[in-house]
Design a protein around this ligand. Structure first.
Ligand code: ASP
Ligand code: MG
Length: 418
């Protein structure tokens, strides 16, 4: 059996959904499970809605109406006016209608998951309805009954035993009957609340299903020809990799290559299932294959940019040395605040750390550290990582920029710049 994952960009409009159906039709002699993300930029819009609801700002209804309108416009292009999918989508949105009527009570992360998950709940219902209308036998599955997580909202930790048991109990029989369409990015807790697996987590969902079902391969369909050495949004002369090893792919995602979610590879590697990254507008193209014996050919260095970085320097209040005890204490506070370190460096008197800016988490960390340490920080920075760097690549990338931190190993160069 095969697992396909379609990201938000591939289903951002009616023609994307029509294209999805045409890709899927080429594979109907296989058993096929399809994992789908929210359409286009819906998750970002739902994040804004969550913020507006929690802060009770005036633009809340405007943001929400925009999200609904976007989906209904697409429905109108795809279905005749009396099709039951219109009611189905309206009913799905009702859950949010009810929620935002009342003032927020629960934690931000809990509210976030209950609201943001609607993006995938509606996208999969639309796609499932369209496939059936287009003559492809397809069944909608609520992933929250299959991918079981703990209650770490916004970063659900998968309970693999429970997940594997649920998936292998029901899904094979469903696959015998037709295509299965389900949501990426979501999971469910034992109390039946919705969790999310971390932004861009749909790849990980696809990999969980593949590992539990022993799939032949996972294909993620993207708006790029495959895995490139750099993000084409920022660089023009990119090259595509035909093959990569699992370990190189893991390194790339670890440093922030956004083409695949970092948690995706490990379950596939354990089960020896190849991951294909292919362009959805050219389904016949080879794309990139990631597998155990994938041959890494680096004709150009791999460049990974992470924006919106914070660089924080921590020193003791009495200017004494930073010791192992301090470091262990500091790391404990990072873990407590759920702040993940991208790069770090120690000197005698200070410890510098670079990480992604998540406002709530950063504020919590800062308040905590300031009680016992002196803290300075800069925001709005970019972290540039170059794998398999050479002298010219580093120079070109940092030209005209202020370097605030620099770190070099044989395979990887990292610089934090303004
Ligand atoms: N829709 C979610 C996001 O945009 C998950 C995903 O796209 O993989 O983060
Ligand atoms: Mg997305």
């Amino acid at each position: 059996m095969l697992v396909f994952k379609f990201g938000g960009a591939s289903v951002k409009d009616a023609s994307g959904i029509i294209n999805l159906a045409s890709v899927v039709k080429k594979y109907t002699e296989n058993q096929l499970l399809i994992v789908v993300s929210a359409m286009g930029k819906t998750t970002n819009a739902l994040e804004k809605l969550t913020r507006a609801y929690v802060d009770q700002t005036e633009d809340m209804h405007e943001i929400y109406d925009g999200i609904k309108q976007y989906h209904f416009d697409i429905l109108q292009e795809l279905f005749e006016p009396k099709h039951p999918v219109f009611d189905e989508i309206a009913n799905t949105f009702v859950e949010i209608d009810w929620m935002i009527e009342d003032e927020p009570q629960d934690s931000y992360d809990f509210i976030y998951d209950q609201i943001v998950s609607i993006g995938e709940m509606v996208s999969t219902r639309i796609i499932n309805a369209y496939l059936n209308k287009d003559g492809v036998k397809s069944q909608w599955v609520d992933v929250r009954s299959y991918i079981h997580t703990d209650n770490t909202y916004r970063e659900g930790i998968v309970d693999w035993d429970k997940t594997k048991a649920s998936i292998s109990k029901d899904i094979p029989a469903l696959l015998d009957k037709g295509i299965v369409v389900t949501q990426g990015f979501l999971g469910g807790t034992s109390e039946n609340f919705t969790t999310t697996l971390g932004r861009e987590g749909s790849d990980y969902s696809a990999s969980i299903f593949a590992a539990c079902l022993g799939a032949e391969s996972v294909t993620t369909w993207k708006d790029v020809p495959g895995i490139l050495n750099a993000d084409p949004k920022f660089f023009t002369d990119t090259v595509k990799f035909d093959e990569l090893s699992y370990s190189e792919a893991i390194e790339m995602t670890y440093y922030g290559a956004s083409v695949i979610h970092p948690k995706t590879i490990k379950p596939l590697q354990n089960a020896n299932i190849p991951l294909l990254v292919k362009p959805f507008n050219d389904p016949g193209a080879a794309g990139t294959i990631i597998k155990e014996d994938g041959v890494n050919q680096f004709t150009k260095p791999v460049i990974i940019l992470k924006q919106n970085q914070v660089l924080l320097s921590i020193s003791t209040k009495d200017y004494s040395f930073i010791t192992e005890d301090h470091l262990s204490d500091i790391f404990g506070r990072f873990a407590q605040s759920q702040v993940k370190v991208n790069v770090m460096q120690t000197s005698a008197l200070s410890f510098s750390v670079c990480f992604d800016l998540y406002e709530e988490r950063f504020e919590k960390l800062l308040n905590d550290l300031q009680q016992d340490f002196k803290v300075k920080y800069n925001t709005g920075l970019t972290l540039i990582t170059i794998r398999h760097h050479n002298a010219t690549s580093l120079k070109e990338l940092t030209e005209g920029k202020t370097i605030l931190l620099e770190q070099m190993s044989r395979n990887t160069a990292q610089v934090v710049v303004r």
